[in-house]
Design a protein around this ligand. Sequence first.
Ligand SMILES: *[C@@H]1O[C@H](CO)[C@@H](O)[C@H](O)[C@H]1NC(C)=O
Length: 295
Amino acid sequence: MKGGGAIRSGSGGGGGLMRTRLRLPVVLLSCSLFFLAGFFGSLLFTQDPQGEEELERPLSRERLMEAVWPEMAYGDSGDPAPSLIPYQILSWQPRALYFPQFATSEQCENVVKTAKARLRPSTLALRKGETEETTKGIRTSSGTFLSADEDPTRTLAEVEKKIAKATMIPRSHGEPFNVLRYEIGQKYASHYDAFDPAQYGPQKSQRVASFLLYLTDVEEGGETMFPYENGENMDIGYDYEQCIGLKVKPRKGDGLLFYSLMVNGTIDLTSLHGSCPVIKGEKWVATKWIRNKTV
Ligand SMILES: *[C@@H]1O[C@H](CO)[C@@H](O)[C@H](O)[C@H]1NC(C)=O
């Protein structure tokens, strides 16, 4: 009897084990079902095309992400949760990234308003032998330099923080914003943002990357162009005036980041770029030049 009991208990134990083995998948399955229901439920919720949910979509998506991704320990200077900054690689030669809806409409309008009162004709960094007279017509926009602390709306500080986040280069490496307005016919002939010491003399620091935030939609023209994209047109005797190559259409709130230096620090010759003439409308853009040393 005892033996049978032992056997029974043994088999009973085995049965118990089998039951847990069976139960575990069932529990897991129902958990996943609940999870998926919640997941798609919230997706439906965030994609609700009506009402104010639409306006808050990025927020809802971030909340969703926090719910989906497990918590991660983070350092003193880190962020408490993942965030979404969508981007598209436009090119590897030059390294150019596009950030749709980087800033809100309201942020763009704030920057235009702050800059408007201070506009002056844009100037150029002159090469040896160049004068204002000989370089006339290369850059016909108006602009102003604005640092984040000169903006009473605090918008530029927010944008600057987000640029630092997107590039992982600290804010202290950024020059003040250069806010530019291009009216019909105005343009910027193709040029480099980095300074070749052979042409400009010795430099204290170098521009590594440029971040352009488009502040207005432009009806026609005003594209940012990269004539040498992928090594094209480098041997045609390009005159720096023509609007050719990879063209990025300005759209209000969108950002464009490109690197002027290669990873080893030499100037990337394919980072040559310019602003095509505005044909219809008005182009406003805020440029942040990012250097390899603190500014
Ligand atoms: C830097 O990198 C580029 C591209 O990889 C290469 O062509 C160039 O020779 C390098 N320059 C130096 C000084 O190492």
